[in-house]
Design a protein around this ligand. Sequence first.
Ligand code: PGA
Length: 261
Amino acid sequence: MEVVICDSPAAGAQLVADAIAELVARRPAAVLGLATGSTPEPVYDELARRRAAAAIDLSQVSAFLLDEYLGLPGDDPAAYRQVIERQVVAPLGIARDRVHGLDGMTDDPPRECAEYEAAIAAHGGVDLQLLGIGTDGHIGFNEPGSSLGSRTRIKTLTDQTRADNARFFGGDVDAVPPHVLTQGIGTIREARHLVLLAWGEAKADAVCGCVEGPVTSSVPATALQLHPHATIVLDRPAAAWLVRRAGYERTFSLKPSWQGL
Ligand code: PGA
């Protein structure tokens, strides 16, 4: 794993946007894995700026969302499909019909999940997967205890995640659906490059477990330790608990200039 500690989320977003720009320059029809939540917003904002300046062309890219609330119609403002519509499809110019998400209104979750897995495979897999991390260590909506080999499936959210996400539902924790569909950890691990982002001290504990703790399903993000190309991009508060912080900073400062993330 490469741990990159940045001065600010905006600085981290520049690095991640550079990695996406490099990927798309090499492979215009690249497949991106998109995350929702507050964390990836600086990356989407930076990509939107570059698109407005005609510095990046994402028109041929395909994208797969990580997860979706079960029971929310696709046009509900809190549905991740709608979040991605607002933050990605329009501002980044990714074709709507190339953005794939799980159907939160499906009446057959196992079939929906199996078809989603098949669609990812039919696109040749995900080139670069953006990830946030929950304060409970989840990635996607794979809550603590999720199998590190799990596939796309239904999950039940922890009370902590529902409380964390109540801000997207007018502060009403009871409005946060208890069930979700999420790519599994095994599914996520098949992406060729995993880029996990975390900002702020509220994530410091989870980040420490993810990077320096033992690999365990109790902290699903530790699955990144098993991946051959995983990048962890942090601001200083999110990195505060890392014991080897100075070492990561030194290593990154000595990184060869030809080597991207
Ligand atoms: P956040 O959520 O970006 O809204 O903090 C991260 C996550 O739950 O993965």
